[in-house]
Write a protein that binds this ligand. Structure first.
Ligand code: PEP
Ligand code: MG
Length: 878
């Protein structure tokens, strides 16, 4: 109903996420399932959007519906909003359709004023508790709604504690809190020019507005940008009866995951604080106790909670992150949502849920984000390396990170921009620090538990995090921290180990990860589902072996120039380039031949039984020569030096002349790729000879080899026709000479727009196409792939001219159209034409989905991305 802006929890259900937000939909769903949820209502996301359309005003229909819902809440609870005899207090929380942890604001204890606080004190027989609630409310409302800086309030408490000579908040009594309240109200008056609002309805409307406004605060905008969440979704507002975890030792509050969010192990994992309100846990202000504390303190409540956890998991078919409160022995569930988890946990939970009969294999495959798999391949601290452990905190997010210590988020960002690797060290983090966490390699905090902001955010981003490291004495002003006698200053290097919680001095060597059985199991399911094959881009036998171990089904691109770039080969390559005659060049090539042959032997052997696409030389030759400017400086120096060896000078001058001759204004559009092979056929002849000699040798050894020779940068069918002939001739000659027969194919990169446009002609000469989307993107956009990202592309992305970096995520509309045309036209000529992609996009999940849709046969990506690609290819199929 378009004009219904407010839903009681019992009027909604779990499918109404878009309208009620994630939290609201869950509260409705839990209410339906008769779980012990405090009653309340949800103001819809549509109301939020309408609020903005109306120039940030709460329109009359909305206000009327809020009041009506409030009336129903009063009936249900038997309490009344603003009634000193029986006051109804509510929490007001944001809840967007997509979970945005810590991004939006929450207000608790709303409905308290000078009169109702007395009622609360009488009813609970606990004046201390009532005043504590009221001061918390003024503080939160002051901060979130009225914009009074948080620290002004904190100072008051510190003052009062100092006066009373106590260290902890719970040591303050009713009169102390009353004094705090008086000072808080004075702060509000001074800061806003108005007294603290006593009208409870005005409080509620202002809080709803503040939640709506927080949708567009800086940190929410950053978070949305980071996670590709559209701005137009809007947030819902949940208004819910307050329950109190701070009513004595039979009360408390906690957060629990139904499985371990780090390892995925099936066990309750959480934290509990006796006699406390929710904010104390989430904000990491008091370091909480493990959930087992609850089992000891209130076994019956614990058992009830465990049963509810089981039910919620089965209901939502996923691991849940549950907030709960115990009020005088009665359990209330405040919130449940799918819990954030590490990659390792995501994989284990998905696989375990299949084994427990809760998910199908297909559902499980869709549960793991391919990007997360990537984290599992991250390196860990070498267990055998010496460890200079400074301190130990909580292992909040696994992986190891090394970097220079910085103490605030802005610094972290600034240092990272300069190319420094940094570790962000904070007493605790808040949503305001998010840009610093993005910029840092890892996060270290001295306060807060496994569910503190730092832990949750770092885990979500796949960054290592150690939190609650209480031995750290951080001095933000002096930009240093001390652990016992030792001092670490800003800029010094530390290493954090998110798997053990250790903080180590200096840089520590890292090792490759060990993959779990669940990881292999999930990927085996992916392999059974996907149609797209996954190959790897690899240039060395080591990389090839690694790719194979990760599940690659062939090499999609072996860039032979990388073999030319080894330090011991560059002089021979230079000799070849600098040769004045064909004979001289051939002599140098003869020296390169055995080296290349050895390389191909290694790779073809490592990929026994699988196809290996070997691309002939591609880059402009000057890439192998010294830098023109540096050479010029050197020659100038030699010329001005009377002692200089004349022979050396002559040598350098000749080199300079040659480098100048090879210099091009647009080398990426210049003499490279097949153009080299056509002008200097002896280079390609040598490479092809090396391939087939290596293949022949392996065939004789009984190894199954499947070379695919690939010609780069073709734009016209004639280029390919001539080079194909060259390949066939050399191949036939070597086979005849060695008396072997090698099954091979010849194909081409499609990376020049003209090649895509004339793919029907080109397919006459090609057994396969491999889309080189790096060059194809460069040439389609006319964006230099070497310069754009450092120059104008960031501006394009920040200002929304382009939605994504086209060198990372394939541009479907433009470049994708060329690919679609290339495949279709090519297959018109040659129906069984094999087609794949070997640009960077072959390892990016959205681009892989496109490759699937456009009918490619395979994607090829770097070895470490192979597992990601296997899963993404399966997801594309589902
Ligand atoms: C390409 O252009 O996409 C490609 C794979 O080749 P290279 O990156 O080596 O130019
Ligand atoms: Mg290319």
């Amino acid at each position: 109903m378009a004009d219904k802006w407010v839903y009681l929890f019992e009027e909604g259900h779990g499918g109404m996420r878009d309208l009620l937000g994630g939290k609201g939909a869950n509260l409705a769903e839990m209410t339906k399932a008769a779980l012990p949820v405090p009653p309340g209502f949800t103001v819809t996301t549509e109301a939020c959007n309408r609020y903005y359309q109306e120039g940030r005003t709460l329109f009359d229909a909305l206000k009327a519906q809020i009041e009506e819902a409030l009336g129903k809440l009063e009936e249900k609870t038997g309490k009344r909003f603003g009634d000193p005899n029986h006051p109804l207090l509510v929490s007001v929380r944001s809840g967007a359709p997509v979970s945005m942890p810590g991004m939006m604001d929450t207000i608790l204890n709303l409905g308290l004023n000078d009169a109702t606080v007395e009622g609360l004190a009488r009813l609970t027989n606990d004046a201390r508790f009532a005043y504590d609630c009221y001061r918390r409310f003024i503080q939160m409302f002051g901060d979130v709604v009225l914009g009074v800086p948080h620290y002004l309030f904190e100072q008051v408490i510190d003052d009062v504690k100092a006066q009373r000579g106590v260290r902890h908040d719970p040591e303050l009594g009713a009169d102390d809190w009353r004094a705090v309240i008086a000072r808080y109200k004075a702060i509000v008056q001074r800061h806003t020019g108005q007294p603290f609002p006593q009208d409870v309805k005005a409080q509620l409307f202002a809080a709803v507005r503040a939640v709506f406004d927080s949708w567009n605060n800086q940190r929410a905008i950053v978070y949305r940008k980071l996670h590709n969440i559209p701005d137009h979704l809007g947030t819902a507002v949940n208004v819910q009866m307050m329950v109190f975890g701070n009513m004595g030792n039979d009360s408390g509050t906690g957060v629990a995951f139904t499985r371990d969010p780090n390892t995925g192990e099936k066990r309750l994992y959480g934290e509990y604080l006796t006699n406390a309100q929710g904010e104390d846990v989430v904000a990491g202000i008091r370091t909480p106790q493990p959930i087992e504390t609850l089992r000891e303190a209130m076994p019956a409540v614990y058992e009830q909670f465990v049963a509810i956890c089981e039910r919620l998991e089965r209901h939502y078919k996923d691991m849940q992150d549950i907030e709960f409160t115990v009020e005088r022995g009665t359990l209330y569930i405040l919130q449940t949502r799918s819990g954030k988890r590490t990659a390792q946990a995501a994989v284990k939970i998905a696989v375990d849920l299949v084994k427990e009969g809760i998910l199908t294999r297909e559902e499980a495959l869709l549960r793991v984000d391919p990007d997360q798999l990537h984290q599992l391949l991250h390196r860990r601290i070498d267990p055998s390396a010496p460890r200079d452990v400074l301190a130990k905190g909580l292992p909040a997010s696994p992986g190891a990170a090394t970097g220079r210590v910085v103490f605030d988020a802005d610094e972290a960002e600034a240092w990272a921009k300069r190319g420094e690797r940094v570790i962000l060290v904070r007493p605790e983090t808040t949503p305001e620090d998010i840009h610093g966490i993005v910029a840092a390699q890892g996060v270290l905090t001295s306060r807060g538990g496994m569910t503190s902001h730092a832990a949750v955010v770092a885990r979500g981003m796949g960054k290592p995090c150690v939190c609650g490291c209480e031995a750290l004495k951080i001095d933000l002003r002096a930009r240093m921290f001390a652990v016992g006698e030792r001092v670490v200053r800003e800029g010094e290097v530390i290493t954090i180990d998110g798997a053990t919680g250790e903080v180590l001095a200096g840089e520590v060597p890292l090792v490759d990860p060990v993959l779990s059985p669940e990881f292999h199991e999930l990927l085996a399911w992916a392999d059974a589902v996907r149609r797209l094959a996954v190959r790897a881009n690899a240039d060395t036998p080591d990389d090839a072996a690694k790719a194979r171990a990760f599940g690659a089904e062939g090499i999609g691109l072996c860039r032979t120039e990388h073999m030319f770039m080894a330090p011991d080969r560059v002089p021979v390559v230079q000799e070849m380039i600098l040769a004045e005659t064909r004979e001289e060049r051939e002599a140098a090539l003869q020296k390169l031949l055995p080296m290349q042959q050895g390389d191909f032997y290694g790779i073809l052997k490592a990929m026994e039984g699988l196809p290996v696409t070997i691309r002939l030389l591609d880059p402009p030759l000057h890439e192998f020569l010294p830098n023109l400017e540096e050479l010029l400086v050197e020659v100038t120096k030699l010329r001005g030096d009377p002692q200089a060896d004349p022979e050396r000078l002559a040598e350098k001058e000749a080199l300079l002349a040659k480098v100048r001759k090879l210099h091009e204004f647009n080398p990426m559009l210049g003499h490279r790729g097949c153009r080299l092979g056509l002008v200097f056929p002896e280079i390609y002849e040598m490479q092809v000879e090396a391939i087939f000699r290596a293949a022949a040798q392996l065939v004789r050894e009984g190894v199954d080899v499947r070379p695919e020779v690939m010609i780069p940068l073709v734009g016209h069918v004639n280029e390919l026709a001539r080079l194909r002939k060259l390949v066939d001739e050399v191949a036939q000659r070597v086979m005849a000479e060695t008396g072997t027969s090698v099954a091979y194919t010849v194909g081409t990169m499609i990376e020049v727009p003209r090649a895509a446009l004339t793919a029907d002609e080109i397919a006459r000469e090609a057994d396969f196409f491999s889309f080189g989307t790096n060059d194809l993107t460069q040439m389609t956009f006319a964006f230099s792939r070497d310069d754009a990202e450092g120059k104008f592309l960031p501006h394009y992305l920040e200002s929304g001219i382009l939605p994504d970096n086209p060198f990372i995520t394939l541009d479907e509309r433009g470049v994708g159209k060329l690919i679609a045309m290339g495949v279709a036209e090519g297959r018109k000529t040659r129906p069984n034409l094999k087609a794949g992609i070997c640009g960077e996009h072959g390892g990016e999940k959205r681009s892989i989905d496109f490759c699937h849709r456009v009918g490619l046969d395979y994607v090829s990506c770097s070895p470490y991305r192979v597992p990601l690609a296997r899963l993404a290819a399966a997801q594309a199929q589902l």
